[in-house]
Design a protein around this ligand. Structure first.
Ligand SMILES: [Zn+2]
Length: 268
């Protein structure tokens, strides 16, 4: 089994103390490739300094901190072949850490950059449907993943109509708020499903025992895979092969690289 974790916040302080061990456990668990999530220009730079595959972008929470230097900096970073997508970018009307007009402005600018750079978009949307879908439609985005999809049926249909890939996290393992995903995941075409941990966040709630400090990590991706496979009533090996193929194609991941640099344990 060779899985791809398409979204892990590897530069998060929660991983600072034991990153080499975290990567080693992931490899041992069959997670051959991890794509770090770039949530700011600075975090993207850190991911590249650690020699990860990464997305390059600014999370909507940080939209208010963007300025005239933001897009040129991201454009520069995107020239690096290890940058496999632009994002994460999008709208978050749940926490509202940045005003909506700022979120929309920097979402659009990052979409433009993705289209210009010919890279897929790594999209975040929380409580922002249908505005999120409207913007993607207006800007004719197709090559993208709705990362950590948690929405309802209507939102899923809108994303699928746009041609988006769907990223499923451990949210689907949450009996309080993720039950609907067990049914909805059946509606995602086989060639558009992707798996991710969004670690260190979203530790699968049904993992026993729960990890220390409830920190999620890429090694837990097979747990999410098994939950998805049960929901689909299909063998986990098949879902693993399909989601890996989807990730490899969408992000243009070079197989030789993914097993070496992206997973190379760092010197302790
Ligand atoms: Zn996100």
């Amino acid at each position: 089994m060779q899985l791809v974790d398409i979204g892990a916040n590897l530069t998060h302080p929660a991983f600072q103390a034991d990153l080499p061990q975290v990567l080693e456990r992931a490899r041992a668990a069959g997670v051959a490739t991890i794509i770090a999530t770039g949530t700011t220009v600075e975090e993207t730079r850190k991911a590249l300094a650690l020699d990860f595959l990464t997305t390059a972008g600014v999370h909507p929470h940080h939209a208010r901190e963007c300025g005239p230097e933001t897009i040129p900096a991201l454009r520069d970073l995107a020239k690096d072949p290890r940058v496999v997508a632009i994002g994460e970018c999008g709208l978050d009307f749940n926490r509202n850490y940045s005003p909506h007009p700022d979120q929309e402005e920097w979402f659009r600018k990052q979409i433009e950059l993705g289209l210009e750079a010919g890279k897929p978009l790594f999209l975040h949307s929380r409580d922002a449907h249908p505005r999120f879908a409207r913007i993607l439609k207006d800007m004719k985005v197709r090559k993208a993943v709705a990362h950590c999809f948690t929405g309802e049926r209507e939102e899923l249909r809108a994303c699928l109509d746009l041609g988006l890939h769907i990223g499923i996290t451990g949210w689907i393992c949450d009996e309080r708020r993720g039950r609907h995903l067990l049914e909805l995941v059946r509606e995602v075409p086989r060639d558009r499903l992707l798996l991710e941990t969004d670690s260190p966040y979203l530790t699968p709630r049904d993992m026993r025992p729960q990890p220390k400090a409830r920190r999620n990590e890429p090694a837990f991706l097979p747990h999410i895979l098994r939950t998805v496979a049960r929901a689909l009533g299909r063998p986990a090996e098949e879902i693993a092969a399909e989601t890996t193929r989807n990730a490899t194609q969408l992000f243009g991941i070079d197989e030789s690289r993914s097993s070496s640099a992206a997973q190379r344990p760092l010197a302790a």
